[in-house]
Design a protein. Structure first.
Length: 123
């Protein structure tokens, strides 16, 4: 960006986040140091550093937010093998947490325990 372009932009109004983001990205792509780039493009070096720091902090906050999302509890799946029930009778188990399961009354206690443990882990 030529010096006259930088002056025109400033005269047309305050430089905003997008404007500085473009300049900082252009500086990084140019391979020039911040001071040399600012001097060559008529930018205030202190403003350049302030905006670069601000944009880097914003980017870091975005990364932390994404890491928090990734740390949510994973969904667990429980492998179940079903056999034809020997009876049509069903057992219903309701939790204070709000979930309800219905199983054939012939379901063994270990399978029921595994289901309950899996559902408790989701609450």
């Amino acid at each position: 960006m030529a010096q006259s372009d930088a002056k025109k932009s400033k005269a047309g109004g305050r430089r905003n986040r997008a404007w500085w983001a473009e300049r900082i990205e252009a500086c990084e792509k140019s391979g020039m140091g911040a001071a040399a780039y600012a001097r060559a493009n008529g930018l205030n070096l202190n403003s350049f550093y302030n905006w670069r720091g601000r944009l880097n902090r914003e980017a870091e906050r975005g990364k932390k937010k994404n890491r928090k999302i990734a740390k949510t509890k994973p969904i667990r799946f429980l492998e179940v093998s079903l056999e034809k029930p020997k009876s049509d009778a069903m057992v219903e188990i309701a939790s204070p947490g709000g979930w309800t399961i219905r199983m054939p009354s012939v379901t063994d206690a270990e399978t029921m325990s595994r289901f309950i443990a899996a559902l408790e882990g989701l609450a």
